[in-house]
Write a protein that binds this ligand. Structure first.
Ligand code: 3PG
Length: 395
């Protein structure tokens, strides 16, 4: 159920779970993306005459009040973005929270203090969920990026009040469905990043669903090493070679074409502008050589594979994109994907951790079909796991 299904909200209080776990430095928000994505839901509820009480977590205070993890610094930014006052309550439950919510007018907005200041939040304690539920008439979950947590404000509360998916949650779920649930075929995945070990379940799930899977970044080195290709002194999980071979075997058995780098950019040091050279896979490397990016032949192959696909799901960079020139492959492939998305011939969805920074670095985040704001939730969804916060909305 979405915000279209709430019926009249005049005089009602909506408890809205948002994800304001934003990057902050010295008490200042340094990236307000997660605040921005919450605006449509907040505005829709305000327009409908509801009082909007925002529930959120920040960082991991582990059930204790940690002043440096207060959500208060978010208020100013949110007011500016919303163009309306936002009140703040020092606690998210109890009489003080109730009184503070009671003080706002219809259409008003209040942010409640970090739900993780209470141990009951992460424990999904029914008594704590009940205390939250006592504050409102309906529950809206707009925090897809926290939906992998079965916590009181993401899961328990959905079972105690009429529960709805907010605008951002709905957009995330629609995009994910278009990318993996019910995609236009052929579907290609690009999975990069440093380690195979953190993405094992994800790779295993994807080879069963995709037509093609390109592996890049440090994790590709483990696959190359497993196949007896010289990777010199590159980052790799050499003890995961057997697992890499298993994934290669599974991909073959399931008809998923695995695209591993056929050439790479090698340097002896990871620093901006470091001297580098292109090496074809299979050529000998020295112990000092580190593979830091995919090479031009690999990029050409990926460009061709993208052109032959109708859907892309992307998680993880292809090289050390933070250190130019080792951003070359990631930027080139991102530009091509975004151009195809803009031309309407590719549904291009990206998300998870570094991916958003990589797409921003390439300057194409806005040109993709959809870029998820989620880190861990996006990965768990790519692993095929049910997300408790989403499951609870559907029951
Ligand atoms: C995130 O930033 O990915 C979410 O807000 C979840 O945060 P968590 O990993 O601390 O649960």
């Amino acid at each position: 159920r979405t915000l279209d299904d709430t019926g009249s909200l005049v005089g009602k209080t909506a408890l809205v779970r948002v994800d304001f776990n934003v990057p902050m430095e010295d008490g200042k928000v340094t990236d307000d993306t997660r605040l921005r994505v919450a605006l449509p839901t907040i505005q829709t509820l305000r327009d409908a005459g509801a009082r909007v009480a925002l529930l959120a977590h920040f960082d991991r205070p582990k059930g204790k009040v940690v002043p440096s993890m207060s959500l208060k610094p978010v208020v100013d930014d949110l007011e500016t973005l919303l163009g309306a006052p936002v009140r703040f309550a020092d606690d998210c439950v109890g009489d003080a929270a109730k009184a503070a919510i009671g003080d706002i007018d219809a259409g008003g907005v209040i942010l409640l203090e970090n739900v993780r200041f209470h141990a009951g939040e992460e424990a999904n304690d029914p008594a704590f969920a009940r205390q939250l539920a006592d504050l409102g008439d309906l529950y809206v979950n707009d925090a897809f990026s926290a939906a992998h947590r079965a916590h009181a404000s993401t899961e328990g509360l959905a079972r105690l009040l009429p529960a709805y998916a907010g605008e951002s949650m709905r957009r995330e779920l629609d995009a994910l469905d278009a990318a993996l649930g019910n995609p236009r075929k052929p579907v290609i995945g690009i999975v990069g990043g440093a380690k195979v070990s953190t993405k094992l379940d994800l790779l295993k799930n994807l080879v069963g669903q995709l037509d093609r899977l390109a592996i890049g970044g440090g994790m590709a080195n483990t696959f190359l090493f497993a196949q007896g290709i010289d990777i010199g002194g590159s980052l790799a999980e050499r003890d995961m070679a057997d697992t890499a071979l298993e994934i290669i075997g599974e991909a073959k058995a399931k008809g998923c074409e695995l695209l591993l780098p056929v050439d790479f950019v090698v340097a002896t040091e990871v620093k901006p502008g470091a001297a580098s050279r292109v090496v074809m896979a299979g050529q000998p490397l020295s112990a000092d050589d580190k593979i830091l990016d995919a090479g031009p032949a690999t990029v050409a192959r990926l460009v061709e594979a993208l052109t032959a696909s109708k859907t892309l799901i992307w998680n993880g960079p292809l090289g050390v994109f933070e250190v130019p020139p080792f951003d070359t492959a990631t930027v080139a492939v991102a530009h091509h994907a975004a151009a195809l998305a803009q031309a309407g011939v590719l549904v291009a969805v990206g998300g998870g951790g570094d991916t958003v920074s990589a797409l921003n670095h390439a300057g194409v985040a806005d040109d993709m079909t959809f870029v998820s704001t989620a880190g861990g939730a996006f990965l768990e969804w790519m692993e095929g796991k049910p997300l408790p916060g989403v499951v609870a909305l559907n029951v």
